[in-house]
Ligand binder design. Structure first.
Ligand code: PAF
Length: 269
């Protein structure tokens, strides 16, 4: 695996590659990332993983500061999975003239997390736009756990980068049902158990919610009772309206965002 921090060097190495797959990450590599990487390796001739903790997409300084940083461990995992290139750019290489304040993204940004994280999706799309311009990947991979991010990026890339295809990959869960996320590294054992109970609560009650035998308000109350400190939203959306048609009986998803201590978790079930 070649580790590259310099933009021109990376461009020199990848210039002649026609079938590059990119897996953009902020590090703290887990099994969810690995599933994206394995899909990328199976579909592309060369796989690039980037690790870049993109400061503008954090709404709070403290959230950026405490984001897990596990570079040594990440490098050894990525080597094991035979990633071709690890791109580790500096802030200056990505933002030589600051961020793009005029980026136009889908109106889906106004829903779910967008209501609670002003500017977040614009900053995510800005950094992905920059990565695509540097790397020119054929495919770029994202997890369905961040469904809103995936859909907003897909919309932007389809409009602005016709040679790049966005590939969404299924959410990977631990054995207790908790959706894998780098933020899980910040949870205590107790908080992890609460996250698992919240997953099971929503999973077990999904049909009741769809059939309106149970209200979202009472699920919200139960999530608080399980130990969430704050809930940004618990809501049901018809994903046929957000994504390519799913099976009919699978069209509703419950989207949730809540805090355990100071860690914000999201999921869609
Ligand atoms: O999902 C993430 O880890 C980040 O939002 C991404 C897509 C790498 C952009 O910084």
């Amino acid at each position: 695996m070649k580790i590259i921090s310099n933009k021109s060097k990376l461009i020199k190495f990848t210039h002649y590659e026609k079938n590059i797959g990119l897996v953009p990450t902020m590090g703290a590599i887990h099994q969810g990332h690995i599933s994206l990487i394995e899909k990328c390796i199976s579909q592309c001739e060369k796989t690039i993983v980037s690790i870049f903790i993109n400061k503008p997409q954090f709404n709070k300084k403290s959230d950026f500061q405490k984001y897990p940083r596990l570079l040594k461990k990440d490098i050894s995992i990525l080597k094991k999975f035979k990633v071709d290139y690890l791109y580790l750019p500096s802030v200056n290489q990505i933002y030589p003239n600051g961020s793009n304040k005029n980026i136009k993204i889908s109106s889906f940004r106004k829903k779910l997390c967008g209501k609670f994280r002003p500017g977040h999706f614009e900053a995510v799309v800005d950094v992905i736009d920059r990565f695509i311009k540097i790397i020119k990947p054929k495919n770029i991979y994202f997890g369905e756990k961040d469904m809103q991010q995936l859909k907003i990026i897909e919309h932007f890339v389809n409009k602005n980068h016709s040679k790049t295809k966005v590939i969404g990959c299924k959410t990977i869960r631990d054995k207790n049902g908790v959706a894998l996320s780098s933020r899980n590294f910040l949870l205590s054992i107790k908080e992890n158990q609460i996250a698992s109970k919240i997953y099971k609560l929503i999973y077990d009650n999904k049909q009741n919610l769809i059939k309106k035998k149970l209200s979202l308000v009472s699920v919200k109350r139960k999530i608080f009772m399980l130990g969430a400190r704050k809930i940004d939203y618990v809501t049901m959306l018809d994903i046929n309206k957000l994504t390519k048609p799913y099976k009919r009986n699978n069209k509703y998803k419950i989207f949730v965002a809540y805090y355990l201590g100071s860690t914000r978790l999201i999921d869609n079930i």
